[in-house]
Design a protein. Structure first.
Length: 98
């Protein structure tokens, strides 16, 4: 089936919406909670590692892992900001089309 056939089969000639505003808000909330849980789990695991007997190379590896994970959480927060902007734009476009 072609994509054009799918668009034509939508009632009232309206184009289908890929994702609803409710789903965007739910995704934003769930992603925020997952980031909080991820930071909590990482901090608990990181605090429980005994690095007193590590060599210099092993300590450097642990520091690299810490900075990489924390940087990824920072990027994840930026993705939440972008998702929130998408939600706001979706609401504005929905209100504007009525």
């Amino acid at each position: 089936m072609k994509m054009q056939d799918l668009v034509k089969s939508v009632p009232n000639g309206k184009k289908g919406q890929a994702i609803g505003i409710r789903e965007l808000v739910t995704t934003l909330a769930v992603a925020g909670i997952l980031f909080i849980v991820g930071v909590l789990i990482f901090s608990k695991v990181d605090a429980s590692i005994d690095t007193s007997s590590f060599t210099t190379a092993q300590n450097a590896t642990v520091d690299t892992i810490r900075t990489t994970v924390l940087d990824s959480f920072e990027l994840g927060v930026i993705s939440l900001i972008v998702l929130a902007a998408v939600v706001i734009l979706a609401v504005l476009f929905t209100l504007g089309s009525q």
